[in-house]
Design a protein around this ligand. Structure first.
Ligand code: GLY
Length: 438
């Protein structure tokens, strides 16, 4: 029986643990997480309550557990070199080392990598170390720009003209703020189109893609309101998206394959783990918005329940560089995931309030996120609280199940009712038709 050290305590890590436990080996899972996730706690052999970047605590726990390998859920431990520390202890991870994890933690690293290795998908972009030339570059982009802080900012470092930045003065001020904080800033062209996530397993040489997923970042129905970590997602039975052509999906997969190769050449290190490309379909193909070096949250909850292959075997192949010899299959089903989040989320979420959860209908999966389990029940911990996933043969069946399930979470919470509905998906297809001029 294998032992796996899992870092993280959200809904993403809950589904990761569940997927590990479907493996033929029935491994033992040892969790490190800041709060006690009741779902993970049920699945874990042992659970260390500690920050996922607490080197001393993790070292001591890993020393005691002696895991066969580690898996990291969130981005911060990768950026802070926890996988490197584990490797020094002789523990390999199916998650990347810090140097290749820069794919997520440094926006300028990734843009420069694509440029240096002539990989398609980059926007017009420039990296600035001072304010010199910022105004001129913003003007050259005719006011359609994105300003990206060059570090991990929990999804809050990217600001887009028209959405968060009303004019070039605001764009320039935010860029200066980023330089003060991170030493540099990336400014790039803004794209118009439909975004999608394509996550791929990667062993440093080979990539194997998962079904594509679309996330919904805005807090409220109709894609309105402030940006969030992601309110919900859907994936389709054919593993593509209704607004993508076959060539779009192939282009995205090719970019990831080429980036893995370039990373190896550039760093002499293999990217081992999950390469999560945030792409956008535009008028004439696909562009890269950003890479993450981990599973998406909620995207992990769309794809992992569909994984027919053995996840422990996949992780071992990622570590040994043998991914091409493992058959990776996903069920041809549709999924819709909806998050119940605290009232006031994301700006002023209520915290410490009790929630009650009714019995989920058959076919519905539920994953605990930012909740605290106390003796008398479950309490909101301030971020996305509970994710509910409906799985069906078509999108309307999956959406109905997800909606039914998420409505059974009672307390000061809300969710988006429109994610996965035909009306919202049709509007995205129509938008892409307009963008393509079809
Ligand atoms: N779905 C957004 C993220 O995981 O970063």
């Amino acid at each position: 029986m294998k032992k796996i050290l899992l870092l993280g305590n959200g809904a993403r890590e809950h589904v990761i643990a569940e997927t590990f436990l479907r493996s033929a080996d029935r491994p033992e899972i040892f969790v490190v997480g800041k709060t006690k996730n009741p779902g993970l706690a049920k699945l874990a052999m042992d659970y260390l309550l500690a920050d996922v970047c607490d080197r001393d605590a993790i070292r001591e726990f890993a020393h005691k557990v002696k895991p066969d390998f580690a898996f990291v859920g969130p981005e911060a431990p990768i950026a802070y070199g926890i996988t490197d520390m584990l490797l020094e202890m002789g523990i390999k991870s199916a998650s990347p080392l810090q140097t290749v994890g820069r794919l997520e933690s440094s926006k300028s690293f990734t843009r420069n990598l694509l440029e240096k290795y002539a990989i398609p998908g980059n926007p017009k972009f420039k990296v600035f170390f001072s304010e010199d030339g910022i105004r001129e570059f913003l003007e050259s982009l005719e006011g359609n720009y994105v300003v990206k802080a060059d570090g991990l900012k929990g999804g809050k470092g990217v600001k887009v003209s028209g959405d968060h930045l009303a004019n070039m003065d605001e764009g320039g001020s935010y860029a200066k703020e980023c330089i003060l904080e991170c030493g540099k800033v990336v400014i790039e062209e803004k794209f118009i189109g439909q975004e999608f996530s394509l996550m791929s397993f990667c062993d440093g040489d080979n990539t194997k893609d998962m079904p594509a997923v679309q996330d919904h970042k805005r807090a409220f129905d109709g894609d309105s309101g402030p940006n969030t970590g992601g309110m919900g997602t859907y994936s389709c039975a054919n593993h593509s998206m209704p607004f993508l052509t076959e060539s779009d999906l192939r282009q995205a997969a090719d970019i990831t394959r080429l980036v893995a190769k370039a990373l190896k050449q550039e760093t002499q290190s293999h990217f081992k783990g999950i390469m999560y490309g945030g792409f956008i379909a535009v008028k004439d193909g696909v562009r890269l918005i950003e890479y993450n070096a981990r599973f998406g949250d909620p995207e992990a909850m769309n794809v992992l329940p569909l994984l027919k292959s053995d996840f422990v075997e996949i992780c071992e192949a990622i570590i040994s560089g043998d991914l091409n010899n493992v058959k990776i299959e996903f069920e041809n089903k549709t999924t819709v995931c909806k998050y119940a989040v605290p009232n006031g989320y994301p700006d002023e979420p209520v915290k410490g309030e009790k929630i009650e959860i009714g019995e989920m209908p058959e076919g519905v999966r539920m994953y605990f996120g930012s909740v605290d389990e106390k003796e008398d029940g479950l309490y909101l911990a301030g971020s996305r609280a509970v994710a509910v996933v409906g799985i069906g043969d078509d999108v309307s069946a999956a959406e109905k199940l997800a909606e039914e399930g998420v409505s059974l979470i009672n307390g000061p919470v809300f969710h988006r009712k429109d994610i996965g509905t035909k009306a919202l998906i049709d509007s995205k297809v129509e938008m892409m038709k307009e963008v393509r001029g079809a």
